[in-house]
Design a protein. Sequence first.
Length: 279
Amino acid sequence: MSAVVLPVPHAVPQVLTLTLRTLRDRWRSTFGWGLGLVLIGIMQLAVYPSVATSSEGMQAFVDQWPEALQEAFGLDAYTTGAGFLNAEMFSMMIPLVLIAIATTAAAAATAGEEERGTADLLLSLPVSRGRVMAAKVLAGVIAVVLVAAATWLAIAVGAPLVDLEIGAGELAAGFVMTTLLGLFFGAVTLLVGAATGKRTVALGVGVGLALAAFLLNALAPMADWLEPWQDASPFQWALGNEPLLNGIDWPMAALLLGLSIALVVITDFVYHRHDIAGR
């Protein structure tokens, strides 16, 4: 065991080097997702003044929709700043994009290396599997946080320019909860990838579970038989308290973070015991 566990001063540079390598390899994908989400945010801000000027008529139109549908897509208080962003960005667009970034990074982290035949080469270097895993996880977290932070900054700076009233803190609360949601599904994907060694399987399971959770949370208010199951959806854990209006739901944030950490720990255990090209 002493030959595997190097002193911390040696371990940290190894992890950072592998993290930077992973970020460099995936920078185009991360930049593309980030740019796309920022541009969508700017486009929604450009639309808001027309919504605000016709607020009474717009709200009357929205009020004609079934109450369950309004709840499902965050359309209540649509003409307010927080209500508008909740409906147009935070009910679907932002969480799904952050989930996409996290799951694609996670699927490529272990299963992707194995499918490309680079895992054996990587593990032949004088670096432990634990440090490889730590670097891959850190790179994925950084990618998701960078995209979330860039989008938060764009909206926080642009909102006052179009008289959209929302505080930077309330906006940050929405991004904290959606980031944790994305990282949770990324952790699920990471575990499946480590267990199967198949990138497509890992991505399919991670994205499939995310879409199922999204649909459960969206459809539960409209179907009596689904409503008791809504609290089982991670989307409900992250967004059920409407963080743009009520701030961070700390118990749910702790739940998402704790489950993500637990999944990563289990993944590390599985990854150490998974046979890669006979290693």
